[in-house]
Design a protein. Structure first.
Length: 149
């Protein structure tokens, strides 16, 4: 079901030409936030997803093959899912700040770089952050490549 929802969201974004102004590759969380998120993850998520985020036979990993499920969306889509469906035994029981901290920890675990600002817990702020599986090519290099053709 989640795949269908994500595919529909991706199709809608592509059809509308929507492109976020910031990428998860732009350092959208802080290292301090990751520390809090790691503690919260161990307390609320690790029993299902594993301490190393690798998942179990019954639950999906939050590293590696996790990325393609969310690629092409904006960060608010993942945040909304985490906020309303997790933890599985108490969906929606963690507050927005805790969910933002946990999401920062998950981003760090997937090698997205940290920045100086904390990831906002506001959906409106997260809508401007694209979840890119691959680091976007800088605009200047992209223009040079286009001219060379």
């Amino acid at each position: 079901m989640r795949r269908k929802i994500i595919l529909v969201l991706m199709a809608c974004m592509a059809a509308s030409g929507a492109r976020a102004g910031t990428s998860v590759w732009d350092g959208v969380y802080s290292d301090e936030q990751v520390s809090r998120g790691q503690t919260l993850f161990q307390q609320s998520c690790a029993r299902c997803h594993g301490a190393n985020l690798a998942g179990t036979f019954e639950t999906p990993p939050l590293v590696g093959r996790f990325i393609p499920y969310w690629a092409g969306t904006t960060l608010d889509v993942l945040f909304d899912y985490v906020s309303t469906a997790m933890p599985l035994d108490r969906p929606g029981s963690l507050g927005p700040g805790a969910n933002a901290d946990i999401l920062a920890f998950i981003l760090k675990a997937n090698d997205f770089p940290a920045g100086t600002k904390e990831l906002s817990a506001a959906s409106e702020d997260q809508k401007s952050i694209s979840f890119d599986a691959v680091r976007p090519q800088p605009a200047a290099n992209h223009k040079k490549s286009a001219k060379a053709r």
